[in-house]
Structures are given as C-alpha cells and as structure tokens.
Ligand binder design. Structure first.
Ligand code: FMN
Length: 194
C-alpha cells in the first residue's frame, strides 16, 4: 500500500524530520512511501476561477501537479504541518484548497483513503489541536477516513513541541509516543479498509 506524506513547512527542518521518521517506520512495515515537501516549491492559491469545474483540470501550472499525482495514487495520506498562527501552515491551506480541482475531475477520487495528521508547534500548547482539527475537517469534507492514536495521549493525531529547534524536537519523547500510537492506528485502518 502507498502512503503519501506532505511536509507543509516552507523549510525542511522539524516537521520534515518528524514526517521522515513516520515514513521510515511505515517503510519498515512494508508500505511504499512518497514525500512531498513545500520547501522551494511553487504552489499558488486557488483563484476560485471555476476553470476546473468546466474543464476538469486546474488552470494553474505549478508544483501542485506532483501533489495531484501522488494524492491520486495514495491509499494513505499524512498531512504534516508546522503550527502557524495557531493552525495549519499557509502552504497546507493552499494545498487543501487546490484539491478542489481533483474532485472536479472525479468526485470520488479522495474518498475512502485514510488520513492522519502531524502538527509541530514551537510552543507546548501553540495550537497543535487546532491544526489537527483543520486537517481532520479537511479529511471529512473529502471523504478521507481520519485516524488518531486513540484516547491515551494522541487524541487527534501526532503532536510535537519543537521549541523551534531540531535539536529539541528529537528529545520530544511524548511527541514520538503520539506518533507511534497514531501510526499503529493508521496502519490498522489501512489494513482494514483498503
Ligand atoms: C509564521 C509563523 C507562525 C508561527 N505560529 C506558531 C503558533 O501559532 N504556535 C506555535 O506553537 N508555533 C508557531 N510557530 C513556530 C513553528 O510552529 C515551529 O517553529 C515549528 O517547529 C516550525 O516547523 P518547521 O521547523 O518544520 O518549519 C510559528 C512559526 C512561524 C514561522
């Protein structure tokens, strides 16, 4: 089964490190993995021109082409975002909006896939849960099955406290536990529903 992870930070640092850990663990469990990172990429906002509804493709030519291809092929989707202004990053918000074009092509394109959320905040309670809720809401709108790690420590997904530093996030044992729990459920759901 294929898992596609999106690193929605504008740089490859703490969120990238966490997503990479997640994908490596899934690879060890025999999943095929692919990562898209927003660093240096050209992703423009949706203009609500409705070209996609009439022509069944997005009018904007940019790096979303890669995201579209990988979302189509994926069985599981991981949205990994730094917390920005108390929610998901602007990169992730743009990617979410732009997938409207996928459903203009085929309404069922994303439905039935399994999704999990990773949120990395510089502060201990900087809005990780709001970021998760934004990703989970996105999953629900698009018929993607949202998973969490369950009620004992990773209620909405994998939550990290980076203290704005790669050297610190590596020591976030609680964050790693929440990642492990969420990955176990993600794998269970993929095996059960896909
Ligand atoms: C524009 C901006 C807004 C941010 N807002 C928040 C916030 O609301 N809450 C929080 O905990 N951290 C916030 N941070 C800190 C980042 O979430 C944190 O440094 C994170 O580890 C960055 O991930 P990255 O290393 O993958 O880029 C913000 C950072 C930036 C650049």
């Amino acid at each position: 089964m294929k898992v596609f992870g999106i690193c929605a930070s504008p740089r490859n640092d703490t969120t990238h490190w966490v997503l990479n850990q997640a994908l490596e663990k899934l690879k060890d469990r025999n999943f095929e993995t692919e990562m898209f990172t927003c660093m240096g990429k050209d992703i423009k906002p949706c203009m609500h021109c409705d070209y996609c509804l009439k022509n069944r493709k997005c009018i904007i030519q940019d790096d979303m082409a890669d995201v579209y291809k990988n979302l189509r092929n994926a069985d599981g989707i991981i949205l990994a975002t730094p917390v920005q202004s108390g929610s998901v990053s602007s990169n992730l918000s743009m990617i979410m909006d732009r997938t409207r074009a996928l459903e203009a092509i085929d309404y069922n394109l994303l439905r039935g896939k399994v999704g999990m959320s990773i949120a990395v905040g510089g502060d201990r309670t900087g809005g990780q849960d709001f970021a998760h809720m934004s990703s989970i809401t996105y999953f629900m709108i698009h018929g993607i099955i949202p998973v969490s790690g369950g009620p004992f420590g990773s209620n909405l997904g994998a939550s990290f406290w980076s203290r704005d530093c790669l050297d610190e996030i590596i020591n976030d044992a609680y964050g790693m536990e929440s990642l492990e729990r969420t990955l176990i459920e993600f794998e269970n759901f993929l095996n059960k529903y896909i």
